[in-house]
Design a protein around this ligand. Structure first.
Ligand SMILES: Cc1cc2nc3c(=O)[nH]c(=O)nc-3n(C[C@H](O)[C@H](O)[C@H](O)COP(=O)(O)OP(=O)(O)OC[C@H]3O[C@@H](n4cnc5c(N)ncnc54)[C@H](O)[C@@H]3O)c2cc1C
Length: 347
């Protein structure tokens, strides 16, 4: 019998499996192996300062160092390479932005990310930055495909992974365990991201999903080891000359498929940001599993052996490491969950 059956091997399920295994628990993971899952199509950035007002993201002082340590540890233990530490160069668009940024740079607890009030100028021939840029330190970029395949290989090597569509009707819950086909576990945890079937069944758990689209482009006469945030974000991938461009945000959508209108929008925004030739190699889309209150969702349903690790929304690559450990500490050592992430808030 396994300790935990985890359904879903996106960034959330992967990191939960990792933390539980590290804590000495046995896990079995099932995933349908969708190469266009939300985690697979994400740009994989951990950006400490976001939004028009340059606000430090929630819990970032804990989350950023924890993410860095966690991803580096996985790279080391599995002998893989998927993480880059880099800066974000934010193109300054207006006097208002320059003022906001200067005020933030002088604010206590922002110095780690906005350490200098110096304005940088990127090559004006290539990047449209007439007013210059400011630098955000401490960003991370995870190659989602390298990370997800490393975790999948690690699980497969331990015979703890099955690639199949999980059918909830075949999950049986008894007093002492849960059982799915030939897998028996003490508890099952759904880390299935945006999953219409699961969400309909548990309709009191409130989600507000956000569709996103991105482009993978080849930019021949441009080079940046860092992220450029102009009218769109351009981040380097692990392949030379190939960049991720995105992404879009859409609250009313029909399906998870890429659309021509968003592709055109991203191309226009890229042209607004750089003055280089580029070729679109891939156009991807996914649905971010955001909760209605923009906080992760962790915990077990009342009087049940079935739990959930979800709600990572727009920030799965930054929130999942920290909250996988947080959930693991609650499961293994009985530590209390933060009330704002506890599934109990919906009951
Ligand atoms: C365009 C775009 C760009 C993004 N960029 C960033 C970014 O830069 N930084 C960041 O932090 N976040 C980003 N995000 C958000 C991030 O991708 C999500 O927060 C994250 O992927 C959610 O992870 P998850 O594991 O909860 O869900 P998912 O990635 O959806 O994983 C769920 C897994 O469950 C599996 N599954 C579902 N149902 C079943 C079933 N019935 N049987 C078997 N398996 C099943 C799926 O195959 C999938 O692998 C982006 C999202 C989009 C769409």
């Amino acid at each position: 019998m396994y300790d935990f059956l985890i359904i879903g091997q996106g960034v959330a399920g992967s990191l939960l499996a990792w933390e539980l295994a590290k804590a000495g628990k046995s896990v079995f993971v099932i995933d349908k192996g969708n190469p266009y899952s939300t985690s697979n199509v994400a740009s994989g950035i951990v950006n400490p300062i976001t939004g028009k007002r340059f606000v430090k993201s929630w819990l970032m002082d804990e989350i950023q160092p924890f993410s860095l340590k966690c991803y580096r540890e996985i790279e080391h233990d599995l002998n893989v390479n998927f993480l880059s530490e880099l800066s974000v160069y934010h193109v300054l668009n207006s006097v208002q932005e320059i003022n906001d940024w200067s005020a933030k740079a002088a604010t206590f607890h922002y110095e780690k990310y906005l350490s200098t009030s110096e304005i940088h100028y990127l090559d004006k021939e290539k990047v449209r930055n007439p007013n210059g840029c400011f630098e955000i330190n401490g960003a991370l970029k995870i190659s989602a495909s390298n990370f997800l395949s490393a975790i999948k290989n690690w699980l497969e090597a331990k015979y703890c992974y099955s690639e199949e569509v999980f059918e909830e009707a075949a999950l049986n819950e008894s007093r002492d365990f849960v059982e799915y086909k030939n897998v028996r576990a003490e508890k099952a945890i759904f880390a299935t991201g945006y999953d219409e079937f699961f969400l309909k069944k548990h309709s009191n758990v409130k989600f507000s999903p956000v569709k996103g689209e991105g482009l993978v482009v080849e930019i021949s006469d441009f080079f940046s080891e860092n992220i450029v945030q102009g009218n769109v974000m351009i981040s380097p991938t692990m392949a030379k000359g190939i960049y991720y461009v995105g992404s879009t945000y859409e609250w009313n959508f029909r399906d998870e498929l890429p659309t021509e209108s968003r592709k055109s929008e991203l191309i226009e925004r890229l042209k607004d940001t750089i003055n280089c030739n580029f070729k679109v190699l891939e156009h991807v889309a996914g649905i971010r599993p955001a909760s209605a209150d923009r906080r992760p969702i962790l915990g077990f349903f009342p009087n049940s052996r079935i739990g959930i690790f979800n709600g990572m929304g727009t920030k799965g690559f930054s929130l999942s490491p920290y909250f996988a450990k947080h959930f693991c500490d609650s499961l293994v050592a009985g530590k209390a969950l933060l009330p704002e992430v506890d599934l109990k808030r919906f009951f």
